[in-house]
Design a protein around this ligand. Structure first.
Ligand code: SAM
Length: 239
């Protein structure tokens, strides 16, 4: 998958690509990320990237010409037609279903706003969709772009050491994940649940499913409405 990011702070995205599984995915070429900085497309001595809003009021907007030229450059460099996304608190709220949808795209173009955002006519002309990472306001779209890149990269084939781990994560099957334990067997008197030491794989699978169902019911009951247990998991609970 290819992801082009239009941002005034490419170093923010570079930091993400230096870390963990996302970084390994980039190094191995499983995801390809390129940044395009509007500041590189300015023509004035001060490299101006902001401009005053019509109608007055507080705050600035991103200057149209450098932003537009950066978007054009990103599009020209992408081998496929990318689905273009403006990160915005007013957009569609990201969830795991949305991440799965975006992960199926061969190419994404993520446009990060700064200041009070970008000119509405650029959104109309250049952007397929607006996406939000939650109902709060960040000072820039870079964090939101990083969230999308990280969540999408985890689903790209080969990025995770063990593909099954993404299938067991929260939301993958509609449920929250079960609790996990590692060594030692006891921490300050708190024991690992005995079933996990039993070697009985069916019993462990049943315990994990019950924990996931219980947690989801306690913490996020609204998720249960969308969960259909397949025959295999129903049989496990009946045992
Ligand atoms: N004036 C805008 C509004 O109220 O809708 C907010 C501008 S915000 C200070 C600057 C930039 O941060 C936005 O252009 C957007 O790219 C990004 N941003 C802020 N909150 C976001 C969120 N929840 N999800 C995605 N991007 C966000």
């Amino acid at each position: 998958m290819r992801i082009d990011v239009v941002t005034l702070f490419p170093e923010f995205i570079a930091a993400l690509l230096g870390c963990g599984v996302t970084g390994r995915g980039a190094v191995r070429g499983l995801i390809e990320v390129a940044c395009w900085n509007p500041r590189d497309y300015t023509h004035d001595r001060h490299q101006t990237v902001d401009d005053r809003p019509y109608g007055g009021g507080p705050g600035m907007l991103m200057k149209v010409q450098p932003l537009r030229d950066a978007i054009d450059a990103a599009r020209a460099a992408s081998p496929q037609r990318a689905r273009s996304i403006y990160l915005s608190p007013q957009g569609r709220r990201l969830d795991q279903a949305g991440v799965r949808e975006l992960a199926r795209e061969p190419a994404l173009l993520l446009v990060c706003g700064r200041y009070e955002g970008i000119d509405e006519r650029l959104i109309e002309a250049e952007i397929d969709e607006e996406w939000s990472i939650g109902d709060y306001v960040l000072s820039g779209g870079e964090l939101a772009a990083a969230v999308i890149i990280d969540a999408v990269a985890r689903l790209a084939p080969g990025v995770l050491g063990n593909a099954a781990s993404a299938e067991q994560d929260s939301f993958a099957d509609g449920l929250l994940d079960c609790p996990h334990y590692t060594r030692p067997e006891a921490i300050d008197g708190r024991q690992v649940p005995g079933v996990l030491l039993s070697g009985d794989h069916a019993a462990i699978a049943r315990w994990r499913l019950k924990q996931a169902l219980g947690r989801t019911w306690l913490r996020r009951p609204e998720l249960l409405a969308g969960v259909g247990l397949d025959a295999q998991r129903r049989a496990l609970l009946d045992e």
